[in-house]
Design a binder for this molecule. Structure first.
Ligand SMILES: CC(C)(COP(=O)(O)OP(=O)(O)OC[C@H]1O[C@@H](n2cnc3c(N)ncnc32)[C@H](O)[C@@H]1OP(=O)(O)O)[C@@H](O)C(=O)NCCC(=O)NCCS
Length: 157
């Protein structure tokens, strides 16, 4: 078993991370992928935060994307991914914690997300971090798979 890293360094992404972000997106997701143009737009948007796990000597091993809406106290975790070869080392958990910190820093009370009903690893990550199921959407993804909706109360954590 690979030992968990105590904490993986996570930082806000910049335009210089675009190539690595797109490469990670291509290998981490089979469908519903974010394009380079979309990432470029989100990097420049005041309503989005792109985070990357940047490990010394190993480069960019994970990313997360959080959206904010004006007037809403709920942020949305739109995407989170760890490079396949680096999974199980705590990188996803570090990215999730950083996404929550980013939402708190923007005054948000809660973080919401959707996850494929067949994505066991992601559901385990969220539930371990204190997210609770608040509903579902049938046929949410490109291939027809449904989504569970999860939320975490950030004030209580
Ligand atoms: C989901 C994902 C981000 C998890 O990243 P990760 O870096 O491997 O996660 P971590 O190592 O931080 O694991 C944290 C917790 O998640 C759970 N988990 C992670 N991988 C798991 C797996 N394969 N099976 C079961 N639980 C798993 C565990 O509870 C784990 O805690 P533990 O190791 O202390 O038991 C990663 O599998 C991934 O990138 N998947 C493809 C993209 C994706 O599906 N993203 C989510 C939807 S947007």
């Amino acid at each position: 078993m690979v030992p968990n890293l105590p904490s993986t360094p996570v930082r806000p992404a910049t335009v210089s991370d675009l190539d690595a972000l797109v490469a990670l997106e291509l290998h981490a997701f089979r469908g519903d992928r974010m394009s380079r143009a979309q990432y470029r737009r989100h990097l420049a948007s005041p309503r989005a935060t792109v985070l990357v796990a940047d490990t010394p000597g190993e480069g960019l091993l994970g990313s997360a994307l959080v959206f904010f809406r004006t007037g809403s106290s709920r942020a949305r975790l739109y995407s989170i991914a760890t490079a396949a070869a680096a999974r199980g080392r705590g990188i996803g958990a570090s990215l999730l914690a950083a996404a929550e910190d980013a939402a708190r820093a923007r005054g948000c009370r809660a973080l919401r997300l959707e996850v494929r009903m067949d994505n066991i690893a992601a559901m385990a990550l969220y539930e371990r971090a204190g997210y609770r199921r608040i509903g579902s959407y049938a046929g949410y993804y490109e291939d027809g798979e449904g989504a569970w909706r999860y939320e975490k109360d950030l004030a209580g954590s």
